[in-house]
Design a binder for this molecule. Structure first.
Ligand code: SF4
Length: 408
């Protein structure tokens, strides 16, 4: 994302204002898919100790590592912008490290402050990242894979061909890129100015990329790095049971489960990994996941009209939930082009939540954010070929169509 502000980056002037939506296509600065893309260490993927080692390797004293760390913590990864470093060292860092593994292709800003970023990876492929600001917190939703193999039929990401895991550096770089963007273009005054929370709910199944995710968690929580508390980080999974156990043992951050059905018959259809790890096995994994006091596991339940929002679905869900340790988050389904489902009406979602509450279950209806820019839950998919106005306009059209649907 240093490329968002990179000196060479030229905005194409493609500014589409559609009832408050702003799309900016950014012509990436020359980011070559060089053969050594992943052979050099990625700066955002270095712990403080590793950064010191890297600096020692090029004959630099420890205080220089501290200076670089301070810049990175602010979201600045382009050495040219690290103003207190000598030019020779800036050049050396560029030569020895992959300083900015992502380059910004496009940023879209929603009326509600949500920002969606489309990044190109230096190693090839595009990913999306979303900033969801609120009055008391600002959350970055990161991608962990290029596409997803799990093929949940309601999910837009699942329609994208899987082409690899992200490295820890590429995951952390998404958070740094958003921080840098917020430095350069702050949010409106009523919204929280700093990144406070990170959720692994973007493209991909995080627990199918354990190495990248665990290492990125370590970096996000590094006291000399971004120093995020584990209470402010959430990993969402479709229910990979052995991996849930390992996450609990190694890095027990907040856990969210893409549940979407309370019976095996329906979940086999909506979340196909359920055929491998059915609800009884998921139940055991959830019951043994370590929880700090006053924390809950979140069960995500996207509401699909006539599919999982009937009385029998509510009963099945209520039977599955452990109210002592879990809460249910009902999510409005955000349509994407070609999706085979329709979302439940808001009124029905509210009464579904009330029925769960009557049964002693904590249930909330999640306010949908950023759906005018297709940044809402289940809508992420990396749109390609955004260098021309036609395709960018296509996205604006889809966004407008969603906006109109929401208003109907
Ligand atoms: S819901 Fe999650 S696990 Fe399922 S296809 Fe989408 S990204 Fe993959």
């Amino acid at each position: 994302m240093a490329n968002l502000i990179a000196v060479k980056a030229t905005r194409t002037g493609l500014l589409l204002y559609n009832a408050g939506m702003q799309t900016e296509a950014v012509q990436p600065s020359t980011v070559a898919n060089s053969p050594d893309t992943r052979s050099r260490p990625q700066l955002p993927g270095l712990s403080t100790a590793e950064l010191v080692e890297q600096m020692q390797a090029i004959g630099q004293p420890a205080f220089r590592a501290k200076q670089v760390r301070d810049w990175v913590n602010k979201g600045v990864t382009n050495p040219v912008e690290m103003r207190n470093l000598p030019a020779a060292l800036q050049q050396e860092l560029s030569d020895h490290l992959i300083c900015s593994p992502l380059s910004l292709i496009q940023r879209q800003c929603s009326e509600d402050g949500t920002r969606k970023y489309l990044f190109k990876l230096q190693g090839g492929g595009n990913i999306e990242t979303v900033l969801i600001p609120d009055t008391s917190r600002s959350t970055v939703c990161v991608s962990s894979q290029l596409g997803c193999v799990l093929d949940c039929p309601f999910c837009h990401t699942g329609t994208q061909r899987f082409s690899g895991n992200l490295t820890a550096g590429e995951i952390v770089a998404q958070v740094l890129a958003v921080k840098n963007d917020l430095r350069r273009e702050p949010l409106s005054n009523d919204l929280h100015a700093e990144v406070t929370h990170v959720v692994y709910m973007g493209m991909g199944e995080p627990l199918a990329n354990e190495a990248g995710v665990y290492n990125s968690l370590r970096l996000l929580m590094d006291e000399q790095g971004l120093n995020l508390s584990r209470r402010r980080i959430t990993v969402s999974t479709s229910g990979l049971v052995p991996q849930i156990g390992r996450l609990g043992e190694t890095t027990p951050v907040n856990l969210a489960i893409s549940l979407h059905a309370g019976s095996d018959a329906l979940r086999d259809e909506l979340v196909p990994i359920n055929r491998k790890y059915p609800l009884a096995e998921l139940r055991m994994a959830l019951d043994t996941y370590p929880l700090p006091t006053q924390r809950h596991i979140t069960l995500e339940y996207v509401m699909l009209a006539g599919v999982n929002d009937r009385d029998e679905d509510l009963d099945a869900l209520a039977r599955f939930v452990n109210p002592e340790r879990e809460r249910v988050n009902l999510i409005h389904f955000n349509a994407w082009p070609g999706s085979p489902y329709a979302g439940s009406a808001m009124q029905h979602m509210n009464s579904f939540a009330k029925e769960l509450i009557k049964k002693g279950i904590r249930a909330t209806v999640r306010r949908s954010r950023g759906d005018d820019i297709m940044a809402a839950c289940g809508q992420l998919k990396s749109h390609l070929d955004l260098g021309d106005a036609t395709s960018a306009r296509g996205i604006a059209d889809i966004a407008n169509a969603n906006k109109h649907k929401a208003g109907e």
